[in-house]
Design a protein around this ligand. Structure first.
Ligand code: GLY
Length: 436
């Protein structure tokens, strides 16, 4: 089967790695890909938001399956573009319609959807310039902390947790009056702050039925102990010990089923991944956010634990036959640790050579590239999150420690990573690098 995967990050390298293992895959194209994906498929220099160019490539190469990695083309309507062109409409397509992608593209849409379908989430109100003064008054009387979310896509930066009222009103003004996140913050969702531990749940749906993939937890802060600035993600683990079968049954009954059923009832076409960001509040699941794609770096632990053939799952989803299959999961734990450039998530310098970079380090570890590029036969840094090392282990401690060992072989100027990924779940109190 001739496959095109869109995207270029660690998530797409992990998806490409899995797709390349399928007997059905021949050939695999990745647009635009990265030097890691170039070793397992054919990178194609395409702008993935130029739908006409993507469509033309698909027709020229007789592509039979398209899988969309990142949210932007989905929110911009790539699914609708393909379904609106007769020759492209026949291609199996993994990714929701523009209407479905609103689950991620508009926080206000997602909150209203949850409210319509009785899905547990924090109480909220939404404001624009039209009810700005009301918003200020609402914030001044809100319990603290209070959460402000830019309605639209803001490259993962649109959520601000404010600890006092002055900060909250200032942030509100920046978002609405001064377009802090451009058009994305013309509307702001103000939410109650929920206290608990977060969990990422991934669902593949064909619009009628669905399969739940292995769950994961990511670590968003730059500093150890979950301190400092928010990032795109500094590491992830799977499984998540508090995601017991009792808890996951609540997630299934109260969140996943009503989400898939709600999309179906509202005639929103959705064939693809739903990433549900949850918080466990005293044993009860609440939805923090939906995303219309897989998570990054969660994919780098979820996909290695998935034993099913990924091409088979995608085709089953496209044919609305997911009810005929079940998910098979590798019982081993997996952990991924992300190596980032000095200064990330602020300004960074690029262009440093990465030494010691191999595709895998024994059967238990894999490297997934993200912000890298090739120059003069060398792999050099080209972004904030540069690569991630995923390892299997008999438990999370072993998986994390193995990834940290592998990171000891790889280097570039200014490389930084967290030593404490999975710290809450360690089987002993020692974390690698801190042992005597
Ligand atoms: N790890 C969070 C995300 O992919 O949005």
């Amino acid at each position: 089967m001739r496959i095109l995967l869109l995207g270029s990050g660690g998530r797409e390298h992990a998806l490409a790695w899995k797709l390349s293992q399928s007997v059905w895959t021949n050939p695999l194209f990745i647009a635009p890909g990265n030097p890691g994906t170039a070793r397992i498929g054919n990178n194609v220099d395409l702008d993935i938001n130029d739908f006409a160019a993507v469509g033309k490539f698909c027709l020229f190469e007789n592509i039979e399956l398209v899988i969309v990695g990142p949210e932007e083309p989905l929110v911009n309507g790539i699914y609708d573009y393909f379904k609106g062109h007769e020759e492209l409409a026949k291609i199996h397509f993994i990714g929701p319609s523009k209407a479905g992608a609103q689950l991620e593209g508009s926080k206000g849409f997602a909150k209203a959807f949850m409210s319509r379908h009785g899905i547990p989430t924090a109480a909220y109100r939404e404001f624009t310039i039209d009810n700005y003064e009301e918003g200020v008054e609402y914030l001044q009387n809100h319990t603290l902390p209070v959460v402000l979310k830019a309605d639209g896509l803001a490259a993962g930066k649109g959520v601000v947790i404010c600890l006092n009222h002055v900060e909250a009103v200032a942030e509100f003004e920046l978002m609405i009056q001064r377009s802090k996140f451009g058009d994305a913050s013309k509307k702001v969702v103000v939410e109650d702050f929920l206290t608990g531990i977060e969990l990422s749940v991934f669902v593949l749906t064909d619009g009628n039925s669905y399969l739940t993939l292995p769950e994961a937890k990511d670590y968003k802060r730059i500093g150890e102990g979950d301190k400092g600035l928010m990032t795109g993600g500094m590491g992830a683990v799977s499984p998540v010990p508090f995601a017991t079968s009792d808890f996951m049954k609540k997630v299934d009954d109260r969140v996943i089923k009503p989400t898939v059923e709600g999309l179906r009832r509202e005639n929103i076409e959705y064939t693809g991944f739903i990433f549900i960001g949850l918080i466990n509040v005293g044993g009860e699941p609440y939805v923090i956010e939906y995303n219309c794609r897989m998570g990054d770096p969660e994919t780098e632990v979820v996909i290695p634990r998935l034993e099913n053939d990924l091409v088979g799952l995608c085709i089953a989803a496209s044919k609305k036959e997911l009810h005929k299959t079940t998910i098979q999961t590798d019982p081993r734990a997996a952990a991924t640790v992300v190596a980032v450039s000095h200064g990330y998530p602020g300004p960074i310098e690029k262009g440093y050579e990465i030494t010691g970079l191999e595709d895998n380090y024994g059967k238990q570890s894999m490297v997934f590239q993200a912000g890298t590029t090739a120059r003069d036969g060398k792999i050099i840094t080209n972004g904030g999150r540069v690569f991630t090392v995923t390892s299997f282990g008999s438990d999370l401690t072993e998986a994390v420690n193995t990834s940290l060992d592998v990171l000891g072989y790889i280097g570039f100027d200014g490389m930084y990573f967290r030593n404490d990924i999975g710290y809450e779940f360690m089987t002993d109190t020692e974390i690698a690098g801190e042992e005597e």
